[in-house]
Design a binder for this molecule. Structure first.
Ligand code: BLA
Length: 514
């Protein structure tokens, strides 16, 4: 996709942001063969930070800059834990640079990657004072009863722990989709972002993949000069050292440009995952340079994990409540269907359709199709049957955006108003029961025109500023109202009751024949 001015968005998607071969300058990095203890890669600022030139360090023992006991501890702490970082306070460096450092160590591609961050003021970190804050934040989070509550608490607590100027809970609409600011805690005078949508292209897919793996990402200063690695590429892999798990990993120029254009000097993002999927980020911005000590990073990462779990627990509870609330009505409707599903459904289809507030109901069974309300196009019924045949009976399939599913796309005429389907596969021969919903246009307030997310400015390839000052209103088409946890629970319960009915009839029949 090329935007007006000639910027090619596919460049963003192709950039290998974990292989940029550089780090942020507030610390330094050394990658070591864990068996020999010899340095293989060193950042070019090891002289400034540790007192030994990178060129000089490569090929020699790491114990020149790190005490042998600390080296052994780093090897042991990361043994058998590929990608899992360990943090140790160490004394490191050659005189006169010897001092207190926070060492983060992790394994990657057969190397032990060591990152040294000088302790500000040279003192040891005292966890006790900080720990109270983390505990309080976690306790408050546990009291959240709804997703909205949970997000409001999270942004307030993360801002209190870190001191950023803006903290938002940003939820993706689909893992690679655009996102919405669900909650915000922001310093006075900054424009509010609450409720705004941001285009999908703001965070390209490879960045999202990385955030699924590495749950925290700190950018200390967008005006920092990147420190290159020596040597730039590894002989073993032919690429730069993989910095996916490195705290100091340098940042894509595109993203730096983005941050500068929104007046941000530093940032931190904490990943939020539910059911293994990237739900969104807790995104933080600072007006000035700001880096987080490793303990603060760990605390934020832990807080992010607690936030993720709390979201999952809220989802679970909503499903249970939904089921409890609709159980009676579902049982009544199931009773109406006792004795010959097709015939009964022809009479009571409306009641079944209303259970989920749908516009149409479709039963395909043994070559017959019974409908109530909206009638689905024959080709779509067939495509759903194919899906049903491939799915486990009772495993729901739901979408509020049929047009985005290739398996259904060809099955829908242009003017078909149906946008959402929730389907229960009944058996391996492709029978199913499905509810359908019509399109409901969805108004959104965007921080940038989602169809032209990047504009090239007067200074050439420059991503121009954006913000609520230029809110762009647009309507999302092709979506139905989403299928809620309540809808899923009701459909699953109805399926369970129908299965019981069928089994009971089969038993009665068998008893009769015995
Ligand atoms: C990364 N983009 C990011 C990150 C965020 C955003 C949060 C994670 C890194 C960080 O914490 O700074 C975007 N920030 C947002 C959004 C909000 C926010 C949407 O606060 C809303 C609340 N970005 C572009 C374009 C490109 C691009 C056009 O707009 C590509 C040309 C790239 N964004 C881009 C890249 C990264 C990124 C490459 C990864 C940076 C990295 O981790 O190295």
């Amino acid at each position: 996709q090329v935007v007006p001015g000639g910027f090619d968005l596919s460049e963003c998607v192709r950039e290998p942001i974990h292989l940029l071969g550089g780090i942020q300058s507030y610390g330094t990095l050394v990658a070591v063969d864990p068996d020999t203890g010899l340095v293989e890669v060193a950042a070019e600022n090891t002289r400034e930070v540790l007192g030994t030139d990178a060129e000089d360090l490569v090929g020699t023992p790491v114990t020149r800059v790190l005490a042998a006991t600390d080296w052994t501890e780093a090897v042991e702490a990361t043994d058998g834990a590929e990608h899992l970082p360990a943090a140790l306070p160490v004394h490191a460096g050659a005189a006169p640079h010897r001092g207190h450092f926070d060492l983060s160590a992790h394994r990657r591609d057969g190397l032990l990657v060591l990152e040294f961050e000088p302790r500000e003021g040279g003192e040891e970190f005292t966890f006790s004072g900080f720990y109270q804050g983390v505990r309080r934040a976690l306790a408050r989070l546990r009291s959240a009863a709804t997703v909205a509550d949970c997000c409001r608490i999270a942004v307030r607590e993360v801002r209190a722990l870190t001191g950023y100027d803006r903290v938002v809970a940003y939820r993706f609409d689909g893992e690679d989709g655009p996102g919405e600011v669900l909650a915000e805690d922001v310093t006075e005078g900054w424009e509010p972002w609450l409720g705004l949508w941001f285009p999908a292209t703001d965070i390209p897919p490879q960045a999202r993949r990385l955030y699924r793996e590495n749950w925290i990402r700190v950018i200390g200063d967008v005006d920092d000069t990147t420190v290159r690695l020596h040597p730039p590429t590894r002989a073993a892999t032919g690429t730069a050292l993989d910095l996916s798990q490195a705290a100091l990993r340098t940042v894509s120029g595109f993203h730096l440009e983005y941050l500068r254009n929104i007046g941000v000097r530093s940032s931190m993002s904490v990943s939020v995952l539910t059911e293994g999927r990237l739900w969104g980020l807790i995104a933080c911005h600072g007006a000035g340079p700001l880096r987080m000590a490793p303990e603060t990073r760990s605390a934020c990462e832990m807080f992010g994990a607690a936030f993720s779990l709390q979201l999952a627990a809220i989802g679970e509870r909503e499903r249970a409540d939904a089921l409890a609330g609709s159980g009676r009505r579902t049982a009544e409707v199931a009773a109406l269907l006792d004795g010959g599903l097709e015939q009964r459904l022809a009479e009571h289809g409306g009641a079944v359709r209303d259970l989920l507030g749908a516009d149409g109901l479709t039963l395909k069974r043994g070559g017959r199709v019974v409908t109530d309300g909206d009638r689905l196009p024959a080709a779509l019924v067939e495509a759903l049957g194919d899906q049903a045949a491939r799915s486990r009976p009772g495993s729901l399939r739901a979408t509020d955006r049929l047009a985005e599913h290739p398996e259904y796309r060809t099955a829908r005429p242009e003017d078909d108003g149906t946008a959402g389907v929730l389907m229960v596969p009944l058996n391996p021969s492709g029978d199913f029961l499905a509810w359908s919903r019509r399109e409901r246009p969805l108004p959104r307030r965007w921080a940038a025109d989602p169809s032209a997310p990047v504009q090239v400015g007067p200074r050439g390839e420059r991503l121009t500023p954006r913000g609520s000052g230029a809110v762009f209103r647009a309507t999302v088409r092709g979506r139905s109202l989403p299928w809620t946890a309540h809808d899923h629970a009701t459909a699953r319960e109805l399926w369970r009751l129908l299965t019981d009915l069928v089994l009971r009839h089969a038993d009665a029949l068998r008893a009769l024949n015995d």
